[in-house]
Design a protein around this ligand. Structure first.
Ligand code: ZN
Length: 319
């Protein structure tokens, strides 16, 4: 089937976004569990790798789209359409024909009768390249399973336990390298190659930040990636201050983990065709509203503590 035929038959438009964290990101599990730190981040159940839930991205993107159309368009959508819309969603305008926020992200106005789930579906952001320190400076690690999940075809011949493969564009390829605390050996076979179009890595080869990361990319074995990622998360300790005494509150010391700065993520957004919902707009309008919102993540940030130096992300592949 030709690509344009699939496009016509598909119920909407899907796009994969690549994002770079500009600060550490903490999207918490919403409670403390028995673990290494008091406040843990969300992880994928099967791989135990940290991730950013699609719900968190959609929530922030909604507020960002509302802000953007208020600042740059001539529609006043902030704050009424930006958040939950108050009790029962009554602050949402609910104009799904015209409101870039309510059409894209949905609304709930006056109970279920007037609610709409929104045309855009956000999927979880997963780690693609993860930064770690080595004696040669920062390197980004990934694994065959991570790359294949992200839709790449991977060639890494001869990789064995405790071996790493460097990307074909790597600047230096030392024989021994420490990935955090773990010493690994170089695989002597051909270097790592991966593609998602016949002759290219697709959109990720276009971006300067990613070109530089590829030069410092190290493929580690599938069964070590979750250990190496989880052992190299950022852990911060904080304390509540008692305003009366100016001293630390007794028993109020807590720590939390975060995905570090300069991690590369990928996530999908699927936009349903508006025509199925009686909305006379092209599906590219919906994706444009999503992109408007995602562009503001580089200022507004995602997850917890984004007034405390955390959470900003830069989307790397806008049109
Ligand atoms: Zn609205």
């Amino acid at each position: 089937m030709a690509a344009n035929e699939i496009e016509t038959l598909s119920p909407g438009l899907q796009k994969t976004f690549y994002a770079l964290s500009l600060d550490p990101i903490h999207v918490g599990t919403g409670g403390s569990r028995l673990g290494r730190v008091d406040n843990m981040i969300v992880r994928d159940a099967g791989t135990n790798l940290p991730k950013i839930p699609g719900t968190s991205i959609a929530g922030v993107a909604r507020a960002c789209t509302a802000m953007k159309v208020t600042i740059e368009g001539n529609q006043n959508k902030f704050p009424n359409c930006a958040g939950k819309g108050g009790a029962g969603g009554d602050n949402h305008c609910g104009d799904k024909e015209n409101c870039p926020v309510c059409a894209t992200y949905g609304y709930s106005k006056g109970g279920e009768k007037l609610s709409f789930q929104g045309l855009a579906q956000f999927y979880d952001a997963r780690i693609l390249f993860f930064p770690v320190y080595t004696m040669y400076g920062p390197r980004w690690i990934t694994s065959r399973s991570i790359l294949e999940d992200a839709g790449f075809t991977v060639e890494a011949p001869g990789l064995e336990d405790n071996q790493v493969a460097y990307h074909e564009n790597a600047q230096t390829t030392p024989n021994d390298i420490n990935i955090g605390w773990l010493m690994m050996k170089k695989c002597d076979d051909k270097p790592l190659k991966f593609t998602n179009t016949p002759d290219d890595y697709g959109p990720i080869s276009q971006e300067d930040e990613l070109k530089s990361i590829l030069k410092h990319l190290v493929l580690v074995p599938n069964d070590l990636i979750h250990i190496l990622v989880n052992d190299n998360l950022e852990v911060r300790t904080s304390v509540s201050i008692n305003p009366a005494t100016g001293a630390a509150e007794s028993g109020a010391l807590f720590d939390y983990e975060a995905i570090p700065r300069a991690t590369v993520f990928w996530f999908d957004v699927f936009c349903n065709k508006p025509e199925f919902f009686g909305i006379r707009k092209p599906v590219t309008w919906v994706m444009g509203n999503v992109e408007d919102g995602l562009a503001y993540l580089r200022w507004l940030g995602i997850g917890a503590m984004n007034t405390r130096g955390m959470g900003r992300m830069k989307i790397l592949n806008f049109e």
